[in-house]
Design a protein. Structure first.
Lengths: 120, 114
């Protein structure tokens, strides 16, 4: 299984809602990522989990809260979002732990299909 | 700070042409470089990964090269087809910032005309 799955495919939420995005992989990968992508722009890294520990937080606002309950699952909890947070949210995974100096290896990234988020 | 750029930003070619997409990075301290394609509104599909110790990788009609000393990678697509129409992104695995992470290029939007 070389697939990364993401649910839901689409999400529309108001600025006062709380919602969660879910990402799952069964490739035995030990690094998982959240990216945000606006239209016609490259993906921007938000968080990296390495061996289920948060290793990179790219100064993301606290209204985005990541969680890694186990090595296969990555969640992104959303609360009090703004309309400018509307974007495609992409999850990815790679074989090795990444993020901290010295933690490298063969780390081809595999991406999920994304969740299209619209904040009203 | 590592910066990754791709030229051209957009490209339109007739079917059957061989073409080259360029990716430049400002700091040669990269661990590997990965090429992706992205269809509109979809996730990214990995095409090729080149480790820093390698100079090129091939998969079918695709060939990617890496020259760290000059800060360049190229993606060569042979005999282009309409199905190749997509945005192509390169991502450099950057080691300059103290943490290791992928830095994405700006992308090349490719349209292959039938």
């Amino acid at each position: 299984d070389t697939e990364v799955t993401q649910t839901p495919k689409h999400l529309v939420m108001g600025m006062t809602n709380k919602k969660s995005l879910k990402c799952e992989q069964h490739m035995g990968h030990r690094a998982m990522y959240w990216y945000k992508q606006k239209a016609k722009k490259p993906p921007e890294l938000m968080f990296v989990y390495s061996y289920e520990k948060l290793s990179i937080n790219e100064s993301v606002p606290s209204r985005f809260s990541p969680e890694c309950p186990n090595s296969s699952l990555l969640n992104l909890h959303l609360h009090a979002l703004q309309p400018e947070d509307s974007a495609l949210y992409l999850c990815a995974s790679s074989q090795e732990g990444v993020g901290l100096a010295g933690a490298v290896g063969y780390n081809e990234q595999f991406f999920g299909p994304g969740t299209r988020l619209t904040v009203l | 700070k590592q910066e990754v750029t791709q030229i051209p930003a957009a490209l339109s070619v007739p079917e059957g042409e061989n073409l080259v997409l360029n990716c430049s990075f400002t700091d040669s301290a990269i661990y590997n470089l990965q090429w992706f394609r992205q269809d509109p509104g979809k996730g990214l599909t990995s095409l090729l990964l080149i480790q820093s110790s390698q100079r090129e990788q091939t998969s079918g009609r695709l060939n990617a090269s890496l020259d760290k000393s000059s800060g360049r990678s190229t993606l060569y697509i042979a005999a282009s087809q309409p199905g190749d129409s997509a945005t192509y992104l390169c991502a450099a695995y950057d080691t300059t910032s103290g943490t290791y992470k992928y830095i994405f290029g700006t992308g090349t939007r490719l349209k292959v005309l039938a």
